[in-house]
Design a protein around this ligand. Structure first.
Ligand code: 6PG
Length: 245
């Protein structure tokens, strides 16, 4: 069951999510094992503010391995690159061997296969990799990561990573697939601002239609799902009491 947290504004969302992420990383560091902390990043405007905030506590990230939930098919120094954005905001300060980028400059299918190989090398012989935290956003059309309505990768149930053609953007994206997202320990969806109000009303309402709104296919198999929202994005959702639909 998702946990819906509605905070006063975008800054409050960033601050609360940052604190909880730091706490999760420190909790893992306190364990006697040397298990890595696997985090998958999202693209988009709210995550960028979060990454700048996370850059302020470098001591929490000794076990961190950074991955990406999706990437645009551009070179890493292109303004649209999720890796480029995250590098400028935060992860440029981390050791390069703990940052795992999708190679958006390659042919999409090749980039997807290369990323799946890199994930398999890190996670070993498992059915699905289990990220400690997957950060996601939601688009106004109900997409999440680069799983857009009506696109082939929304149906992928075997591969870990897919090259996804997105006709409405006339472009390709590289994306983790739903079984990978759903295997995570924690899935956090961040959405702030009034532009998200309509889609949130739809996807958090009573109608279930993941073909129309792919973000509804985010259903953790054993982990937790948290929606981090601000009041502008969630009018009508109770501010004081986090709600579970
Ligand atoms: C991307 C994303 C994408 C994003 C949503 C929301 O690379 O574009 O990972 O799924 O999270 O489109 O983006 P905003 O928060 O900027 O609206």
């Amino acid at each position: 069951m998702p946990d819906i947290r509605v905070l006063s504004d975008a800054d409050a969302v960033v601050e609360a999510a940052a604190r909880e992420l730091e706490a999760a990383a420190r909790e893992l560091e306190a364990l006697p094992s040397d298990a890595p902390f696997h985090l998958a990043l999202a693209g988009g405007s709210t995550p960028e503010v979060l990454y700048r905030r996370l850059a302020k506590v470098p001591s929490a990230w000794n076990r961190l391995h950074v991955w990406f939930g999706d990437e645009r098919c551009v070179a890493p120094d292109h303004p649209d690159s999720n890796f480029g954005m995250a590098t400028r905001a935060w992860i440029g300060a981390l050791p390069a061997e703990r940052v795992h980028r999708m190679q958006g400059e390659l042919a999409p299918e090749m980039a997807a296969r290369a990323y799946e190989d890199e994930l398999r090398a890190a996670f070993g012989d498992v059915v699905w990799p289990r990220f400690d935290v997957v950060l996601l956003g939601v688009g106004e059309d109900g997409h999440t990561a680069s799983l857009f309505p009506g696109t082939a990768a929304t149906h992928e149930r075997a591969r870990w990573v897919a090259a996804n053609h997105v006709p409405k953007l006339d472009t390709w994206r590289i994306t983790l697939t739903f079984p990978v997202l759903n295997a995570a320990q924690r899935i956090w969806i961040l959405a702030v601002g009034p532009r998200k109000a309509e889609i949130l009303r739809d996807v958090l309402g009573d109608v279930r239609d993941p073909a129309r709104w792919p973000v509804q296919a985010v259903q953790p198999t054993i982990g937790e799902l948290v929606w981090w929202l601000d009041e502008a994005a969630a009018p009508g959702l109770d501010h004081a009491e986090p709600r579970t639909p």
